[in-house]
Ligand binder design. Sequence first.
Ligand SMILES: *Cc1c(COP(=O)(O)O)cnc(C)c1O
Length: 379
Amino acid sequence: MASRELPQNDPRAAYLAQRAEIDAAIARVLEGGRYILGSESAAFESEFAAAMGCRHGIGVGNGTDALVLALRALGIGPGKAVATVAHTAVATVAAIEMVGAEPLLLDIDPASYTMDPAALAQVLAAPPARLPPIAAIVPVHLYGQPADLAALAALAARYRVPLIEDCAQAHGARFEGRPAGSFGVMATFSFYPTKNLGALGDGGMVTTSDDALAAELRALREYGWRERRYVSERAGVNSRLDELQAAILRVKLARLEADNARRIAIADRYDAELAGLAATAPRRDPRRRHVFHQYVLRSAGRDALRSALAAAGIGTNIHYPVPVHLQPAYLGRIATAPSGLAATEAAAGEVLSLPMYPQLGDDEVDRVIAAVRAAVPRG
Ligand SMILES: *Cc1c(COP(=O)(O)O)cnc(C)c1O
């Protein structure tokens, strides 16, 4: 009997798991008559910010806008550079260009797939020629695992350059017991449906514990209005969180801890059952709570493994197949670290994301394990 196709991710399963509550939340908003920035958004902003260890949450249209507004709140635009990584969703780099600043792409530490503190130290000590001053550092907590926040925050403090954490994949991750998102001056989140906390549409949030930045962000997201509606104190944009998504996200936030625990349990099974194969499992660092937005296996035979899994009806993904500096839109025109991007380029050819979502059943995890074991030789 042919078994069902197993997707790599399944946001519909997350909806079905809380269907009655989500449907009730939607009905409540529809009846309420307020559809943008109302009581649901306000409640979700404070509930989410508290869960992430921050004083303020500012709901915005999506995770890319969250980065754009965080950069703008610091006055970052043309004539400024922003250090980030090339091994990320293109959104991180697109946001930096959207404000008119110049991205400077750094290499990753290959064990964690996150910003290499040594590469950051080097460009802060000796900024590349012809590059404007580095005005912000944007590490990405990729796949759900925090970057080395101790090292990065120390460098940010030493050189007085603000740190903005791209937490789009890391809702609920922790570094040395503290929530990812509470280390930088601001953190940005996405609620794209497949993220660890996903809406049923677009959504995003900036979190901060700085009162002045929070006020600035609230103005920027709505045309620069501050004291008076319809009077712009400065030029802003329209990027708001809608009430339907906020109400849905409140229902799902209540389950974030349990969902992350399930992701970690699935990762533990993958780790235990795939040990000894000629493929590298994600590094588990006791200082970092990895919430497994993705479970990424690394193998020199990645493409063959992917084909074998596809033949067995198992969906996989590659996050990300082409580093940002090598994508057609950026090739040859984007600043990269003088020390190069060797670890980034090597990872892009070998990473493979296995099925990972909280509703994945134990029998389905077994199916993935059996298929990987059949396809990968012992190491
Ligand atoms: C998803 C994602 C974003 C962008 O979020 P959107 O809501 O899709 O705009 C930014 N950075 C990273 C690392 C992401 O994974």
